[in-house]
Each structure stands twice: as structure tokens, then as C-alpha cells.
Design a protein. Structure first.
Length: 383
């Protein structure tokens, strides 16, 4: 059943607006393949840049604003918490969406990842934004006896339910290799990197994305909003709880700013965070009350960062390293999935730092149930 009260976006309307010279915003949401890692010039030869060029050439009087919302090595779960700040705030008319590789296409997808991916689609369509689903390959997908990719069919089923055009670059790459028109080594021209292609691979990605977009226009495709989700609605209620806004940080924690340099442009944390909190040596544990199903931590890794322990509901602590030996980058850790969202859970984050080390956290992200997070005073006795 469809939500007939919802005004669904129409690709032919986008085409009409662009041809008459309207102002339009196009966002690219995904991971490093969306940003363009290993392209000779990501601002010029990535799939994202090539699609931007095609749009500008096809609609020369349109006023386009292009927005890169891609963070390498991150999937749809973090994107669900970033969507408001990094995508919806730009008021896009069109979004190219890819999280196939970073959501791991080679294993049966988890319930959380299906929920988070579908929530991105649903929230975008609810906001009357056009979405092109992009499915991208790695080198192993075009070699002999490739591994199965069960996630692709799940994503395509979501696309069908919401009437999204699908840019299936996996199928096109396999066809081109089978026909002898290219080789895996030509598409992925760095022997040490079988994930990120070279310029030839990115050109193939862009060709697929452009054909899907053009096909949606010729079909006058209209995105639709099913009455019910295909998967759990866990990630339809999300809370990115920014610790810097808390009035009850424990001793040894202070508010600071993310770095403005990093090991890669898509890892520059000042692009993705406004502020964060920093714990020094001897900092007291950060204690929280959370009512949700899934919990994630989002922050910053540096050469100076140490480790931290997480304990939920008095269970065994788990230790995570926040150090990046090469420099600054994003810190993303899934701390829990499948918690009982009908009750509040106790979580304690204990910095485990050596002299000169620090811990930098932007937010505690909660999804499912009421998705509430509160930071408790250091000396509270009732958790």
C-alpha cells in the first residue's frame, strides 16, 4: 500500500526545472567510492565529479550547487545519524546514494544495516527528494568466480518499493570485462588496491549513474512512499547526542574543536563535526542513560589518541582503540545492536589513556525505540 497523501518527487520535473534555469542542489552520499579515492583528481575524475560535469553540460543555464557528503569507510548506519546535518540541511533536489561496499555486500546483511539503509531512502523520499540508488563493484566482483553479493538484491528490493532508479555498476563492469572491452586491471589499475578503481573505473561508475538518471527522466519516474517499510523501522528514530552540548561532563573532559587536517580529505573531521569533547589522562568515566536498540560512537582519531572501554548494563567491558598512527581521521564504532528499547540502559565510557594521550568524541548516536540519551553527573549513584 502506498501513502497516497504524500507528494512524491518526479524526475521529469527536475529535468524541466533544470532546463528553464532553476537553482538546484545535488548531493552525493556514500563512502570513499563516492568521494573518489584513488582517482587521479577526485574533484575532476571521480564518478561524482563526472556526473556533475554531465549535469552542467546537459543543463547549461541551470544553477547547480553540488555537495559531497561522503566519508570513506563508513556505512549507512552512520549516515542515518548524519543525514540531517550533512544532507537534508542542504535542501537537495537530487541525491545519489551508495553504501553497497561499506555495508558489506558479501555477507547476509544484518537487520540493523537494512533498517539504516532503508531509513535513508525513506527519509529522503519523505522530504520530496529524488534518489538514484548506486551499486558499485570492487575488483573481486569482475574476476573469475566472484563472491556472491546478497546485499545487492536487498538494496534493489528497497529501490523497487520506493520506485528509485538503480545504477548497477556491478553488472555493467562484469559485462564490459566479459565482452573484452576492458580488463579488471584497467579498471582497478593499482595492484595494491582492489577496492578503489582508477579513472577508467570511475568513468564506468559515472556512465551507469548517468544512464539511470536519464532513464528515470525518460520514464517520468515518480518516487513513491510505501505505507510500511520493508525492514524494521529502527533507524527512523535516531538521536545524534552531541556531548559538547551536555551540561554534566565528568571531570577531565573539555569541549574542543575537531582538526582541520587529516590523512584524507573525506576524513577531515571539521567537515563533519562542529565541536567535540576531549578527555585527558585521568579523566573520569563518561556515564550515560540510553533507551534505544542500537548505539554508535562518532568522534575523531589522532596520533595522540588512546583507547577506551565501554561497559553496558554492568556487563563485561569491551576495549576499543581510537588511535590512528597515520594522522587524523573519523572514529566510528558500533557499540551495541539489538538492545531492548523498552527500557533504559546504563553505559559507561572509560578513557584508557597513557601520558600524552587523549580521547576525542563528538556524539553518542542512538537508534530505535525513543532513542533517548542523557549524560549523568560524575558522582551520580543511581544509574
Amino acid at each position: 500500500m502506498l501513502n497516497t497523501a504524500h507528494t512524491a518527487p518526479d524526475f521529469s520535473t527536475f529535468d524541466q526545472k533544470a532546463r528553464r534555469g532553476d537553482s538546484l542542489c545535488v548531493v552525493f552520499l556514500g563512502g570513499s567510492l563516492t568521494w573518489g579515492a584513488q582517482a587521479t583528481s577526485p574533484m575532476d575524475t571521480s564518478y561524482r565529479a563526472l556526473v556533475e560535469k554531465k549535469l552542467a553540460a546537459t543543463y547549461p543555464i541551470a544553477h547547480f550547487r553540488f555537495w559531497d557528503a561522503a566519508i570513506g569507510g563508513t556505512g549507512s548506519q552512520l549516515a542515518a545519524f548524519r543525514l540531517e546535518r550533512d544532507v537534508l540541511s542542504q535542501k537537495p533536489d537530487l541525491v545519489f546514494l551508495d553504501f553497497t561496499i561499506n555495508d558489506n555486500p558479501y555477507v547476509e546483511p544484518t537487520l540493523s544495516r537494512l533498517s539504516s539503509y532503508e531509513s535513508l531512502v525513506r527519509r529522503l523520499v519523505q522530504a520530496e527528494i529524488l534518489v538514484v540508488q548506486v551499486i558499485l563493484p570492487a575488483k573481486q566482483d569482475v574476476l573469475a568466480n566472484p563472491s556472491a553479493r546478497p546485499l545487492d538484491e536487498k538494496h534493489k528490493a528497497i529501490a523497487a518499493a520506493y520506485a528509485l532508479p538503480v545504477a548497477d555498476a556491478v553488472t555493467l563492469a562484469k559485462e564490459r570485462v566479459a565482452e573484452g572491452n576492458t580488463t579488471p586491471d584497467q579498471l582497478w589499475d593499482l595492484p595494491e588496491d582492489g577496492t578503489h578503481p582508477g579513472d577508467a573505473g570511475y568513468a564506468l561508475y559515472a556512465e551507469t549513474a548517468w544512464e539511470a538518471f536519464q532513464g528515470a527522466i525518460s520514464e517520468k519516474r515518480q518516487c513513491r512512499l510505501p505505507e510500511k517499510m520493508l525492514h524494521a523501522d529502527t533507524y527512523m528514530r535516531v538521536n545524534r547526542f552531541r556531548l559538547a552540548a551536555s551540561s554534566s561532563l565528568p571531570e577531565g573532559w573539555k569541549v574542543g574543536k575537531p582538526h582541520r587536517n587529516a590523512v584524507a580529505f573525506d576524513f577531515v573531521c571539521s567537515r563533519w563535526m562542529d565541536d567535540l569533547v576531549i578527555a585527558g589522562v585521568g579523566a573520569a568515566p563518561l556515564r550515560l542513560k540510553i533507551q534505544a536498540s542500537d548505539i554508535m560512537i562518532f568522534g575523531e582519531m589522532t596520533k595522540k589518541s588512546g583507547s577506551f572501554q565501554v561497559r553496558i548494563d554492568g556487563g563485561e567491558p569491551k576495549t576499543f582503540s581510537a588511535r590512528c598512527a597515520d594522522g587524523n581521521m573519523r572514529l566510528v564504532e558500533i557499540l551495541a545492536e539489538g538492545l531492548d528499547p523498552s527500557r533504559k540502559h546504563d553505559m559507561e565510557i572509560t578513557p584508557d589513556l597513557k601520558p600524552g594521550e587523549e580521547l576525542r568524541i563528538e556524539s553518542i548516536c542512538a537508534a530505535g525505540g525513543p532513542a533517548t540519551v542523557s549524560c549523568l553527573p560524575q558522582f551520580s549513584t543511581a544509574l
